[in-house]
Design a protein around this ligand. Structure first.
Ligand code: IMP
Length: 197
């Protein structure tokens, strides 16, 4: 089976990607690969941050790996929080603080938003990028207890006015940015990775 390190410490992201990949690939989280580091995200674009995370792990392990970076982009806020999504309310801010700041800044503004995920795969020392977008809108107040991050305030288009946090992982995956990017990764691996892992 293909073995790949997923360069993340986020358990929810690992769960989501595993539920999409099924048993076609064996995904190791950083912890499972015995790597205990926090990789910085210093860049202005999701693509550059994803590349930095994958390259860091590739340099450490020499193993095929991938990473992803995701941002919530709100058009009426000039696409913020975007690449700053994890630290929108300040360094080390909690999900609750980020959500509170976003809801405050959105008062009286257009609430359309999208999640965008960029995956960087390092395969045979080369980098490949895959993007997934989920269009939706920001709820007036948080709803639901599932998921993570901004899930309680993000309502995907076509999701019957439910937030991601009101959905199971499988339901979220029907719409999600991460699922779309991961599907492109799978297509690549199935096409080019057959005999190489
Ligand atoms: P990063 O990709 O780990 O840098 O995530 C950036 C920020 O977006 C963090 O605050 C995450 O919690 C949040 N985030 C990433 N993916 C999702 C998602 O699928 N749903 C909700 N929030 C997310």
């Amino acid at each position: 089976m293909h073995k790949l390190i997923f360069a993340t410490n986020n358990k929810n992201k690992v769960l989501e990607v595993r539920s999409i990949l099924g048993n076609r690939f064996s995904i190791l989280s950083l912890k499972e690969a015995g790597i205990n580091i926090t990789i910085p995200e210093p860049h202005d674009t999701l693509q550059d941050n994803a590349a930095e995370k994958a390259q860091t792990i590739f340099n450490l392990t020499g193993t095929n790996c991938f990473s992803e970076d995701t941002g919530l982009e709100v058009a009426s806020l000039n696409n913020l929080p975007g690449v700053l999504s994890a630290r929108y309310a300040g360094n080390n801010s909690t999900d609750e603080q980020n959500i509170a700041k976003l809801l405050h800044n959105l008062t009286g503004k257009d609430r359309r938003a999208r999640f965008r995920t960029v995956i960087c795969l390092i395969w045979d020392s080369k980098k490949y990028f895959f993007e997934g977008v989920c269009e939706g809108s920001i709820a007036s107040t948080p709803f639901g207890n599932s998921g993570f991050g901004y899930d309680p305030i993000f309502i995907p288009n076509g999701g019957n006015d439910r937030t991601f946090a009101q959905m199971t992982i499988e339901e979220k995956s029907q719409f999600s940015h991460r699922k779309k990017a991961t599907n492109k990764l799978i297509q690549f691996l199935l096409q080019y990775g057959q005999n190489k892992a």
